[in-house]
Design a protein. Structure first.
Length: 416
């Protein structure tokens, strides 16, 4: 294999800072602004580019570095939309702030560092005049936080490659098995009374307080292996309770008769969403309803009603060329063996890797910079990890796509 071209660390870091400075919170105009900027940058660098509409005002950015022929193609996948801003930040979330160890910013870990790393790798190839035999396809999608609608749009448009690397944050480990995701809702219906007669009420809020920790501690039936059970997890993230389904808050002296919970559950490839919902229903029937006579409960899926797809689970073939190439790249860059498997906490992610595997039929792996400080105030990525990611992507491109011979631009070193 050809030696890895050395990236310019200042250029690579400037690219990431520029991306952080665009506020691309999910379903805001900043998503489109960042997508347009990336298309312009890739076009100026000489890539074939597309700006692909996903929904009104939302766009995917796609760039293709065309190979000379005779090599396999490799897709890199990442999302531009970020989580909402939370309390507790001490630095400007969109300032592109750095110190001697970290780069900070909203979405830098999830996952602008991943996106910037593969664009910086391609820019390094171009700066060094390195040609590949196979194509490299760079995808920057929106709507990952709505279940991967951006990547599904690319798949529907027919975009494919022989292999993919999804660059969600894994601290440069290889995530080869992760959970699928299903969003669920639970509605509890009790019976109100004034606090003076609280003993006669069926308190929906008290029932919810008992139910939530039980749901959060769940694993699910049907896991084929202990490894599959590892990726089981559930979390109730939204609770709303008051009087009636209109959630009237005007009468705190009355016992609440309706609570609505919203949550997400993670399940393995050997499990499915309906089994998860069934297990939640059985939990309520056996452990909650006997404690609260007269309580009603309904369990359902709220994702499909909103148009949000579920993330399917992802399981890579450990012997696939791309898994082996990324592992070899990690060893070459970092001098250590790469950890792989259903690694925590990354195995609880939902990612577009599941869509690329199930809907596009592609082989791939999840590996990217960031993770330790993911989705938290002062979100940040180790600068050394980001720069190592650029070098790892370069090594992976050379292994999968093959280096073209500089003499004629067509024959090249065989891919290991």
């Amino acid at each position: 294999m050809s030696s890895i071209p050395l990236p310019d660390p200042h250029s690579a870091l400037d690219l990431l800072r520029d991306m952080i400075r665009v506020d691309s919170r999910t379903e805001t105009p900043g998503e489109g602004e960042l997508a347009r900027r990336l298309v312009a940058r890739m076009r100026d660098a000489g890539l074939e580019t597309e700006l692909i509409p996903v929904s009104p005002g939302r766009f995917n950015a796609v760039g293709r570095l065309r190979g000379t022929g005779g090599g396999e193609s490799l897709m890199f996948n990442g999302h531009l939309d970020t989580n909402p801003l939370t309390e507790g930040w001490t630095v400007d979330p969109w300032g592109g702030v750095t110190d001697d160890r970290f780069v900070y910013g909203l979405g830098v870990s999830n996952m602008k560092a991943g996106c910037a790393s593969y664009l910086a790798a391609v820019e390094t190839l171009l700066a060094h005049g390195t040609r590949l035999r196979g194509d490299v396809v760079l995808t920057f999608v929106v709507g990952e936080l709505q279940g991967g609608v951006g990547t599904l749009k690319l798949i529907d448009e027919g975009l494919r490659a022989d292999h993919f690397v999804n660059c969600e944050p894994t601290d440069l480990n290889a995530l080869t098995l992760h959970a699928g995701s299903v969003d669920f809702s639970v509605e509890l219906t009790g019976a109100t009374r004034h606090l003076s007669k609280r003993e006669e009420a069926v308190d929906a809020i008290m029932a919810a307080c008992e139910l939530i920790p039980r749901i959060n501690a769940m694993t699910f039936g049907g896991a084929a292996t202990p490894e599959h059970r590892v990726v089981n997890r559930a979390n109730v993230g939204v609770i709303r309770g008051a009087l009636s389904r209109e959630f009237n808050e005007a009468r705190p002296p009355q016992v609440a008769d309706v609570v609505r919970l919203s949550g997400a559950a993670r399940f393995a490839p050997s499990q499915n969403p309906e089994d998860v919902l069934g297990d939640i229903r059985r939990l309520i029937e056996t452990e909650l309803l006997p404690r609260f006579p007269g309580l009603g409960a309904e369990v359902g899926r709220h994702g499909p009603a909103s148009g949000k797809p579920d993330f399917p689970p992802f399981a890579a073939d450990l012997d696939s060329p791309v898994v082996r190439a990324v592992a070899a790249a990690h060893h070459e860059v970092r001098g250590t063996d790469q950890a792989n498997g259903p690694l925590t906490p990354y195995c609880f992610y939902g990612s577009d890797a599941g869509h690329l595997m199930h809907s596009a039929g592609m082989s791939g792996v999840v590996c990217g910079p960031g993770g330790r400080y993911n989705t938290m105030p002062d979100e940040r990525v180790d600068i050394v990890d980001y720069l190592d990611a650029v070098r790892m992507h370069l090594a992976t491109m050379l292994r999968i796509c093959g280096a073209a011979d500089t003499a004629d631009g067509h024959s090249g070193a065989a891919r290991p």
